[in-house]
Design a protein around this ligand. Sequence first.
Ligand SMILES: [Ca+2]
Ligand SMILES: [Ca+2]
Length: 348
Amino acid sequence: MVGVKSKIVFFILAFSSPLPAYAEEFINSLGMAFVLIPAGSFVMGRTESIESMRKVFPEFEASRFHDLGDELPAHEVNISRPFFLGKHEVTVGDFKKFITRSGYLPESIKDKTGGYGFDEKYNASTTIKKDAFEGRDLKYSWKNPGFAQTDRDPVINITWNDAVNLAKWLSKKEGKRYRLPTEAEWEYACLAKTQSRFGVGDDPQSLRLFANLYDQSALKYWDKWNNFAQKYSDGYPFTAPVGSFKPNAFGLHDMNGNVWEWVSDFYSDKYPPDARTNPRGPPSGDLRVRRGGSWHTWAFYSRCQFRNWNTADTRYTLVGVRLLLEKHSPATQSKRNHQHQGRSNQNQ
Ligand SMILES: [Ca+2]
Ligand SMILES: [Ca+2]
């Protein structure tokens, strides 16, 4: 049943951009907002040299740059169809509605191993484990990452499988097709028609208004990483309520930082060299990709081109998701066809 609360809203973008003068926004049955992203082409992967990056990130040792080979080769990608993408990361409140209404058991609870959490007793000089995060532990889950979150904060400690099940449940409920974005769709949306490091600029210190990253406000918890923190305080040592920072030119908030976002692709360590249309990644693999960095991530790893990965059952304090809604709903079309065929059979 299509949600009665669903509605289409048009709003004026209050800043100049190469985009149309208005963007289309869709609000789904859980109250989640989706922004229409136009079709288009872009260069996927890193175009700048390591030498150029070293000047911008002088605090990083050489090995960290050598690990960026999976951002190559830069290649042209065509996204042939417009799509709706979550204006925000999925929130604790969104996920709570999903759990309550569907009865779904998140993987950290179902497999009885729990999630990860921030150890509030952590002290860098005295904690033996030398890590502020502990787990897996049954006391941690999407409901409790060890620090306070509001219903508007991004949900974390959810697995790739949990994210996919949320999309499947919404699809069935609304007769539409929700899914995780592909890596290509995610990077295209992050860049928002720019060719830049962050989609909202190139200078890491320019992200103050755009991204919740590892900043001065986090230093009292992790002072050993002073050199890598943003030079300013963004006010959020942990997650921030979604939309606390300014959007990119597509109207998307928190593409850089706040939480890593699961995408649909299996991970491979290099891109195919030729141009592609709507690439979906390798057909099989052991790892799923996550994108965009988090509240605990340095700007270096929050670039639109950076790729990270985990197994599909990983749950962690830095990883959440943003959903994609297909503009044209094949699920609805397929259901109609099926019903039509069923009636035809009955009549024969
Ligand atoms: Ca922060
Ligand atoms: Ca994010």
